[in-house]
Design a protein around this ligand. Structure first.
Ligand code: FES
Length: 157
C-alpha cells in the first residue's frame, strides 16, 4: 500500500490514484463532475490537496451503495472549499444524508426479505403468487412489483 508522507500536502494525480485506489481516469471524471478540485502547477499539472483522498473515498463508498453522482455532488457542495473539512463538517453532511441512507437501507432490507415470496410482479411463477397475487390483480394497480416503492413503479426513478 503506497504511503503518502504526512509532510506532503499536495498530491499528484498519480499519488492520489495510488493511495485512493481510484484510476486516474476516474479522478479526472470526478473532477469534471465537480466532485473534487485541483490546482495547476506552472507546468499545468494537477495538484490535489490531501483532503481530496477523503472526498474520493466518500464518492466511491457512496457510489457502491447506488447513490447518484448528482446527489453525492450536492452533499460535497456542503463542505467548505476554502479549508479542509473537519469532523463537524462531515457530521453535518452525514446528518443531512441520514434520511437518504435510511431509505436505501430500508429498500435493501425489503429486497433481501421479500425475494423468496411473491412480489406481485405478474410472473405468477411461485406457489405464493396464487395467494397474494391471484390472476395478477396487482397488475390492475401498479406496473413493476411490490418491491418497488410507490412512485418508482411507473419508472419515475
Ligand atoms: S412473484 Fe411474480 S407474481 Fe408473484
Amino acid at each position: 500500500m503506497p504511503q503518502i508522507p504526512q509532510t506532503l500536502h499536495e498530491l499528484t494525480v498519480g499519488q492520489l490514484s495510488a493511495r485512493s485506489g481510484a484510476a486516474v481516469s476516474a479522478l479526472h471524471f470526478y473532477e469534471a463532475k465537480g466532485l473534487i478540485t485541483s490546482s495547476r502547477t506552472s507546468g499545468n499539472q494537477r495538484r490535489y490537496t490531501r483532503d481530496a483522498l477523503r472526498r474520493v473515498a466518500f464518492v466511491r463508498a457512496a457510489q457502491r451503495v447506488g447513490i447518484p453522482l448528482a446527489t453525492i455532488r450536492e452533499a460535497l457542495a456542503e463542505l467548505p472549499e476554502e479549508r479542509t473539512p473537519n469532523r463537524d463538517d462531515w457530521a453535518r453532511l452525514s446528518e443531512a444524508w441520514r434520511s437518504e441512507l435510511d431509505e436505501r437501507i430500508r429498500q435493501l432490507a425489503r429486497l433481501r426479505d421479500h425475494l423468496t415470496d411473491c412480489i406481485g410482479c405478474g410472473c405468477l411463477s411461485l406457489e405464493t403468487c396464487v395467494l397474494s397475487n391471484p390472476d395478477d390483480i396487482s397488475g390492475e394497480r401498479i406496473s413493476g412489483s411490490r418491491l418497488m416503492p410507490e412512485g418508482r413503479a411507473a419508472g419515475k426513478a
